[in-house]
Ligand binder design. Structure first.
Ligand SMILES: Nc1ncnc2c1ncn2[C@@H]1O[C@H](COP(=O)(O)OP(=O)(O)OP(=O)(O)O)[C@@H](O)[C@H]1O
Length: 226
C-alpha cells in the first residue's frame, strides 16, 4: 500500500528565513506520528503546510501518492484529503452534534450520510448525545465531536494541533488513549502536535523531535530512548 503522507525536503518561510527547514518524513498507513519540540520550533507551521495553509519555499508534500504541494504548486486545503482537529474544537455552535458531523459530508446521498453519522456516533461513544448542541457538552465530549467530524469525509491523514491542551492532565491522558483507539479502529493515519510527553507516549507510533525548524529525530518511542 502507498504511504498516506510523505514530506521531501520541506522548507517553509514567512517573511524572513525559513522556520521549517529541510524536513523529510514518511508516515505508514494507520500510523500515528507526534511532533514535539520547544515553543516556536515550527511544529504548527509544518502542520499548516501539510493542511495547505502555508506555501512551500522548498521541497514537496505527497498525500496518498498525490503531489499536493511543491514550489509554485499548492492544492487548496479543501482539495487535500486532510482532516483537522484543533485545541479550540471550532464546532459549529448553531448545529447539533448530528449537524456538526453531517456538515462535511453533506454531498453524500441522504441514506449514506445517515449511516456514516450513526457509525461515527458509535465510534466516539456519543450516540446518546446526537441531538445536543455544543454548549450542552463537556470539553471532552466536544473534542470527541470534533474528532468524529474530522473523520467523517474519510481523510487520508488527520492533523491534530494540540487537541487536548485545554484539558486537565487526567482527562488529557484518558482522551489521548480514547482517540488512539478510535484512530486504530478506523485505520486512520494521523499526525499530532503536542507539548505533552504523556500524550506523546500514549499515542505515538513515531515521534518527531523538532528544534529550530529542523527534524532532529523521527523514531519510535523505544528508539528515542536507545
Ligand atoms: N503567521 C506568522 N507570521 C510570521 N511568523 C510566524 C507566523 N506564525 C509563526 N511564525 C513564527 O514561525 C516560528 C515557528 O512558529 P510555530 O507556531 O510553527 O512554532 P510551534 O513549534 O508550533 O510553537 P508553539 O509550540 O508555541 O505553538 C516562530 O518563530 C513563530 O514566531
Amino acid at each position: 500500500m502507498s504511504n498516506p503522507l510523505e514530506l521531501h525536503h520541506v522548507s517553509v518561510a514567512y517573511d524572513g528565513p525559513p522556520v521549517v527547514r529541510d524536513i523529510s518524513l514518511t508516515l505508514e498507513p494507520g500510523a500515528i506520528g507526534c511532533l514535539i519540540g520547544p515553543s516556536g520550533c515550527g511544529k504548527s507551521t509544518l502542520l499548516r503546510a501539510i493542511a495547505g495553509f502555508e506555501p512551500l519555499r522548498r521541497g514537496e508534500i505527497r498525500l496518498a501518492e498525490q503531489r499536493v504541494a511543491a514550489v509554485g504548486h499548492s492544492l487548496p486545503p479543501e482539495s487535500r484529503r486532510v482532516g483537522m482537529v484543533f485545541q479550540d474544537f471550532a464546532l459549529f455552535p448553531h448545529l447539533s452534534v448530528v449537524g456538526n458531523l453531517a456538515f462535511g459530508i453533506r454531498r453524500l446521498p441522504r441514506r449514506a450520510r445517515r449511516a456514516r453519522v450513526e457509525s461515527l456516533l458509535e465510534l466516539v461513544g456519543l450516540a446518546d448525545a446526537a441531538a445536543l448542541y455544543p454548549h450542552q457538552l463537556s470539553g471532552g465530549m466536544q473534542q470527541r465531536v470534533a474528532l468524529a467530524r474530522a473523520l467523517a469525509p474519510g481523510p487520508a491523514v488527520l492533523l491534530l494541533d494540540e487537541p487536548f491542551s485545554s484539558m486537565d492532565a487526567t482527562l488529557r491522558e484518558q482522551l489521548a488513549r480514547e482517540v488512539r483507539e478510535v484512530l486504530r479502529r478506523e485505520g486512520v493515519t494521523a499526525i499530532l502536535v503536542t507539548h505533552d510527553q504523556i500524550e506523546t507516549f500514549a499515542m505515538a507510533d513515531r515521534i518527531g523531535v523538532l528544534a529550530d525548524g529542523g527534524l532532529r529525530q523521527w523514531d519510535s518511542a523505544l528508539g528515542l530512548y536507545l
